[in-house]
Design a protein around this ligand. Sequence first.
Ligand SMILES: Cc1cc2nc3c(=O)[nH]c(=O)nc-3n(C[C@H](O)[C@H](O)[C@H](O)COP(=O)(O)O)c2cc1C
Length: 257
Amino acid sequence: MAECPVRIISMESKEEYPTPTPDFKELCLKCGHCVTVCPMGALSLDWLTPEDCKPIMEELWVTPEQAEQFLCGRRSIRAFKEKTVPRNILEKLLEIACSAASAKNQQPWHWVVVETPSEVRRLAGMVIKWMRTVILSNPEAAEAAGFTRAVASWDEGYDRICRGAPHVIAAHADKNWGFGSEDCALALGLLDLYATSIGLGACWGGYFYKAVNVYPPLFEALGLPSDHFAFGAMMLGYPKFKYQRIPIRNRPRVTWK
Ligand SMILES: Cc1cc2nc3c(=O)[nH]c(=O)nc-3n(C[C@H](O)[C@H](O)[C@H](O)COP(=O)(O)O)c2cc1C
């Protein structure tokens, strides 16, 4: 009862069983907390029973030392092997990404997985095409945003947009959902971490997804619904290099109250 985020499980007295309140169905977030927290497995919902849920295995829990190295040792990968990631691994990445937190447990994300390296290259070329138009129409802004350098690199044969990654995964959601940006970023964050754990590497494609929302040919090429926004995209593949050390970051800028 105390664990339910919307407080829709009640108990008249200690002698009674907890029961759902009358507005349970319309308010339930379907977060599954009630089923997954109960030590006795006493509670089932019409869509989730204790048996449906994977048990938490103590022996798989990470130590603080493992967590610190793993979280701080993750890096944005920008050099990839010429090897594609099998479909079943891409599916597993998305499954993990979808377990992210989301506002009201809406899980608003949809995915586009660009599976073929030649298509990644073609789409990166479209971003460059868009950048060229911005350079012509607004050279100062283009320079400040790094477009001039990105285009010059492209012309010299280096792709700063997708970094030669074999895959790109874009997250999109209804543009009217107020937390699309946060929810998609969190899901992609998990995808990034899980990718690291299985020997893959990922990197946010900032230029890529920003271009998707303002350059209709790219939006259409990805096949997004007209009422959606791309809220994030990641390049993905097998890292060419292995990192040996963890860099120093800025100290937390914090006000203690
Ligand atoms: C929203 C966002 C957009 C980013 N866009 C790009 C990008 O377009 N190209 C790129 O190479 N890296 C991009 N990055 C990666 C950052 O440059 C990187 O996270 C930062 O330099 C720190 O390095 P680390 O992730 O290895 O710790 C982006 C990161 C974020 C969070």
